[in-house]
Design a protein around this ligand. Structure first.
Ligand code: HEM
Length: 328
């Protein structure tokens, strides 16, 4: 089992690192992933991000509108799903009470033709615009000899890169989610759906929680232990599936597709419901750990990520580096 995992991880890494000539990269994915691990304390055997999480299974049921917009087989009929909720970062001991950290929702819709992977976070924007900016943001926050980052250097970086503060500002303006199933998640990047006749529709993707935004008050937060999401989800699923609408937020002329730190004005954009994501059961961690949720490679015909967003393509080699390291 371990050998199979390592072989699969090695093959994924080799494939990903052989491909980057075609990818818009301006920083080394190995260096980025090393930075991600270092910030979280270099824990072995965990992901470079989303290290703490819960693996689940369920179903994705598309709407007829989705089938009209994309020829992907996953939009033609219900598919079984493996998914994983997580806390951002590489520290597997991070408290579920941490506010300025995204919650993650990675989904794998499984069809005989191949998998369709979507990897979402609980904010409409990512923290950096380019891989080099991500590497710089990580490097400046590495702990110094006193175990802390250099506050002056962080201040200077933030002043020179104001767009890197948008994600934290968004999270800090909202309460800590009470449940992995009680918060919305965004795909952040712009996707293009293409139908059988070649008609393309550009949109951002989001899962809207049927439970709504379940936030904890300060008093409720104080009363919680550091790990409560896994138990909360187990109790919730014992009563029935936790569902989300998969929603497409349609682009209007001028909406940027190349900047993961820029959100579109969602309230004034048309939306389309693409399907229902139903999370039904908790799965052993191993069900999610053997492979990586790769949102670049595991995309069916009829769905494409943004060719002009430098943060998108580099995710594939970075995730492979992390899989390789955590599988050793
Ligand atoms: C250049 C940009 C990015 C880099 C380098 C990066 C890197 C990584 C790495 C190395 C992992 C661990 C993969 C594994 O071991 O399986 C990971 C996981 C994750 N990333 Fe990213 N990421 C990037 C952008 C994003 C964006 C834009 C999102 C959200 C839209 C995102 C959401 C997540 C989530 C939710 C996980 C956890 C996956 C899981 O549960 O297995 N990442 N990321």
């Amino acid at each position: 089992m371990r050998t199979t995992r390592m072989l699969r991880a090695g093959a994924a890494l080799a494939a990903a690192l052989a491909a980057p000539a075609a990818l818009a990269q301006d920083a080394d994915p190995q260096a980025i992933v090393a930075g991600q691990f270092a910030i979280g304390g270099n824990h072995p055997g965990v992901r470079a991000s989303g290290a703490k999480g819960t693996c689940v299974s369920g179903t994705f049921t598309p709407t007829p509108e989705a089938a009209g917009l994309s020829k992907a087989p996953h939009f033609a009929k219900p598919t079984p799903m493996t998914a994983r909720f997580s806390m951002g970062g590489s520290n597997p001991k991070i408290s579920d009470k941490t506010k300025a950290v995204t919650r993650g929702f990675s989904m794998r819709f499984k069809d005989t033709s191949g998998d369709f992977v979507l990897v979402f976070i609980s904010a409409p924007v990512f923290g950096t615009r380019t891989p080099q900016q991500l590497l710089d943001a990580l490097t400046v926050r590495l702990p110094g000899p006193d175990g802390k980052p250099d506050a002056e250097k962080v201040k200077a970086f933030v002043a020179a890169n104001p767009e890197t503060t948008r994600q934290a500002a968004w999270l800090n303006a909202r309460p800590v989610p009470a449940s992995f199933a009680g918060v919305d998640y965004w795909g952040v990047h712009a996707y293009t759906l293409t139908d059988a006749k070649g008609k393309a529709t550009v949109m951002k993707l989001k899962t809207a929680a049927a439970a709504g935004q379940l936030g904890l008050s300060d008093d409720e937060l104080k009363a919680k232990p550091d790990s409560f999401y896994a138990d909360e989800l187990t109790e919730r699923l014992a009563k029935g599936p936790a569902t989300f609408d998969l929603v497409g937020i349609l682009a209007e002329p001028g909406d940027p597709t190349n900047d993961a730190t820029a959100s579109w004005p969602e309230d004034s954009r048309k939306t389309v419901k693409l399907g229902t994501v139903a999370v039904a059961a908790i799965e052993p961690a191993a069900t999610c750990d053997g492979a990586t949720f790769d949102p670049v490679v595991d995309v069916p015909e009829g769905v494409a990520g943004p060719a002009d967003d430098p943060m998108f393509a580099i995710r594939s080699p970075a995730y492979a580096v992390s899989l390789s390291r955590r599988s050793q």
